[in-house]
Ligand binder design. Sequence first.
Ligand code: IDP
Ligand code: MG
Length: 138
Amino acid sequence: MEKTLIILKPDCMEKRLAGTVLNRFQEAGLDIVAAKLTRLQPALLREHYAHIADRPFFPELAQFMGSRPVLVVALQGEDAVATARKLLGPTDSKKAPKGTIRGDYGTDVSVNICHASDSPENAAIEISRFFAPNEVYA
Ligand code: IDP
Ligand code: MG
């Protein structure tokens, strides 16, 4: 059984789509094994987005991601990482097909409803970034 880390971003929370988006993952057979509501601080965002922290859009992204509390969730299931990424669709909501989460609810390349880990290795790192071992019910 694989795990992945999901963040329901500020636009998802503002649109009151947390239940709708979680339902997509649950209907695909993924189980919630950890969850917390938290407002992401600058230092944590620099760590989480280290791979893009030097890009010109990063300050705006960090401001957006810290703009309101977000729901951070660990999901578990078969091929959890690939399954979640497929349901999510590509980064740019405008290019994401209808039927994907970003295609149905996202705004653009930045404001795109949900984060999902891109590999099992990064999922493990990201889950440990947000949850203590005893907070993950796997
Ligand atoms: P991903 O979320 O699909 O894995 P990443 O490349 O890891 O995409 O980028 C992380 C996040 O940074 C994206 O979800 C999006 O919010 C933001 N982002 C990525 N590329 C751009 C861009 O070109 N302009 C503005 N924001 C971006
Ligand atoms: Mg990514």
